[in-house]
Design a protein around this ligand. Structure first.
Ligand code: PLP
Length: 646
């Protein structure tokens, strides 16, 4: 496995550029001269941590890999940036209202994450958005600020609605968003029953169509939201029930990860007009909730491609503020408080998944020693290899050698099928063919820069790519890479000052051929292989998966019974260094078994009896039986991932 042009100097900056670190990682991730990824949890406000040293220190605390490191400072910085962007936009456009966001809990329901957001967001009265009864329970109990909004989305039954109405008496501010036409009747009934009304919102089904993966979240056939006729009918039903006075908020959501800002502008204009219309119909209104969708530039290309966005956070805020102002002012309508439900934009950056590589399947490059009286095909392959290594040939000679090697390999296969070549001889032929390929790739790499390389040979480094066996389950830790082909930046977190040796992709621990990471960011495009270093015996090769803080942890599953990974929450200390606020141990084998209704103690007991029986039959020695039981017991207490033998 050889990359082109292995000459010239290579520095850590080259490594950072290769993986696009400065494009998607700024301001939180960069590289040190030593070639380690550095984390700046407070963005450009100072303070940094060496990610490799951090992982080593955490491992020293018995936190084995794979490890999820959550930088709570980053979460706070993202909150500040979001609010800062809206504050600047409001000032720039002279907007007569304010911004007041909420966090959609579904994006990451982990207790410490939600608690941290609530605490950090208090100074802006930052609220929460719930989409189910369980999420409502989280939001009601954590959100004590009476000014913070609690947006209630999702399907709602009578109990959900009554809970929200009664919670208003606790001093909370739940806004029940009418998402389905038939919810209006339930809301009216619940209000009558309780003699109290909820704050109401209404979700509009916009006709503006989003592009990208979540494009079908809007439009006339969208799952949620009210069509214009339903919207008007709901307003009249509320009026008749004397509840129109509680209608305060218009909501829309045009899908996650909006790639193209033009789509947002269309939606904003449409929603702005509906808002103005609702005011005219007599609803007091006051809030316009633009939903989620604020995207992340996963590949740093700043394009409208699936893994990117063609706008910045500031562009987004500017467009929301300016468009809403344009819709309201001509009608003489007071501008609303702007609400967004930005989940991905807040939660993606703060968690970094670090995993180790257990080994690599690399094609052999060594030439096996010649033996007396070898078959002609084998001698031909040896001659071809010698010709490649000869100093004179240029690209043409390499192309010829490539053609020869392929031909001899096919000959060897045919001879084997017909019984003229033994299995060991066929093995030698394959080894020699790979040695020829490796030698050609090495020679190609050494050609002067700009040399014309025949097309067939250009694909050679990819054909020689290695599979790196990763100590993780993509189904658990990065499910969207599998489910929806999402791209996350993945890269080694050390040795960046060393030129990578070749190309590879990752295979995970599961026995599922889909359990792999084989699509990588490539500034607006996708590449199937990543530049990686050869493994060194006894030295860990640590890989980081970045920007996965939104949705990945919560959507991960127990495929093959790989459970949650170890996780830590940490913060920079004012005095330098860091403090660990929480350690969340990954699932043990006992826990994942219990999740499937097995009783780990019962399983052990059956095995204990089986080993007693084997001892009785003389098939198992007592010391081996004890060792077997000790391994089983230890496994139950440990995480589900592979651990260095200890
Ligand atoms: C999922 C969802 C969000 C969050 O979207 P992001 O793109 O992660 O910001 C917000 N609002 C609603 C209604 C959602 O369903």
């Amino acid at each position: 496995m050889v990359l082109a042009n292995p000459t010239g100097t290579w520095t850590a900056a080259d490594g950072a550029a290769l993986y696009g670190l400065e494009r998607w990682g700024d301001p939180y991730f960069c590289v040190s001269e030593r070639g380690h990824v550095m984390v700046q949890p407070r963005g450009d406000r100072g303070g940094s941590l060496d990610l490799v040293e951090l992982v080593q220190e955490l491992q020293g605390r018995d936190l084995s890999l794979p490890l999820l490191i959550r930088f709570d400072d980053i979460l706070e910085d993202r909150l500040e940036r979001l609010h800062g962007a809206f504050e600047r936009a409001i000032a720039q456009y002279g907007y007569g209202g304010r911004y007041q966001g909420v966090f959609p809990v579904k994006c990451n329901q982990q207790r410490h994450v939600v608690e941290q957001l609530v605490e950090s967001g208090r100074r802006w009265h930052f609220g929460l958005e719930a989409g189910s009864k369980a999420e409502l329970l989280i939001a009601l109990s954590l959100l004590e600020d009476p000014e913070a909004l609690l947006i209630c989305n999702g399907y709602k039954d009578q109990r959900y609605i009554e809970t929200a109405i009664l919670a208003r008496r606790l001093g909370r501010q739940p806004v029940v968003v009418i998402e389905q036409a038939d919810e209006v009747g339930r809301i009216i009934a619940a209000s009558g029953e309780l003699g109290a009304a909820p704050l109401l919102g209404i979700r509009a089904k916009l006709s503006a169509r989003s592009t990208g993966r979540w494009g079908s979240s809007v439009g006339e056939r969208a799952k949620f939201g009210l069509s214009v006729p339903d919207l008007l009918a709901s307003v009249e039903a509320l009026r008749a029930a004397d509840l129109l006075g509680e209608l305060r908020l218009l909501h829309f959501h045009i899908g996650s990860q909006i790639n193209d800002i033009a789509v947002l502008k269309d939606a904003l204009q449409e929603a702005g007009q509906i808002y103005a219309e609702l005011t005219r119909l007599g609803a007091p209104m006051g809030y316009l909730d633009v939903g989620g969708g604020l995207g992340i530039d996963y590949d740093g290309s700043r394009t409208a491609s699936a893994a990117s966005t063609n706008y910045s956070l500031q562009n987004y805020a500017n467009d929301v503020v300016a468009t809403v102002k344009e819709c309201c002012e001509p009608h003489g309508i007071a501008v609303p408080t702007l609400v967004s439900e930005s989940g991905r934009a807040l939660a993606s950056h703060f968690s970094v998944l670090v995993f180790d590589v257990l080994g690599a399947g690399t094609l052999p490059g060594a030439v096996p020693p010649a033996q007396e009286g070898e078959a002609l095909i084998l001698r031909n392959l040896r001659d071809t290899h010698a010709a490649i290594e000869a100093p004179d040939g240029g690209a043409d000679a390499l192309q010829e050698a490539w053609n020869d090697a392929l031909k001899f390999k096919q000959d060897a296969l045919a001879a084997f099928r017909l019984g003229y070549l033994s299995l060991p001889e066929r093995g030698l032929a394959e080894q020699l063919t790979w040695a020829c390929c490796q030698a050609i790739a090495a020679r190609l790499g050494a050609l002067p820069a700009g040399s014309a390389i025949p097309q067939e040979l250009q694909a050679l480094p990819a054909a020689l790519a290695s599979t790196y066996y990763a100590n993780l389950s993509v189904f658990r830790s990065a499910p969207d890479t599998w489910a929806i082909d999402q791209l996350f930046p993945v890269m080694p977190i050390q040795r960046l000052q060393e030129r990578p040796d070749g190309l590879g992709s990752f295979a995970d621990l599961t026995c599922d051929s889909d359990g792999k990471i084989a699509r990588f960011i490539d500034s607006g495009q996708v590449k199937p292989l990543l530049e990686l270093h050869n493994l060194r015996p006894g030295e860990p090769y640590l890989i980081g998966l970045f920007l996965g803080g939104a949705y990945q942890e919560v959507m991960g599953n127990l495929h093959n019974l790989f459970g949650s990974t170890n996780a830590v929450h940490l913060r920079l200390k004012a005095s330098g260094g860091y403090q660990i606020d929480h350690v969340v141990r990954g699932d043990t084998n006992a826990e994942v078994l219990e999740a499937m209704e097995h009783d780990p103690q019962l399983l052990l007991e059956r095995l204990r009896m089986a080993s007693e029986a084997a001892i009785g039959r003389g098939q198992l020695g007592i010391s081996d039986a004890r060792r077997l039981m000790a391994h089983l017991e230890a496994s139950l207490r440990q995480t589900t991932y592979l651990q260095p033998w200890a």
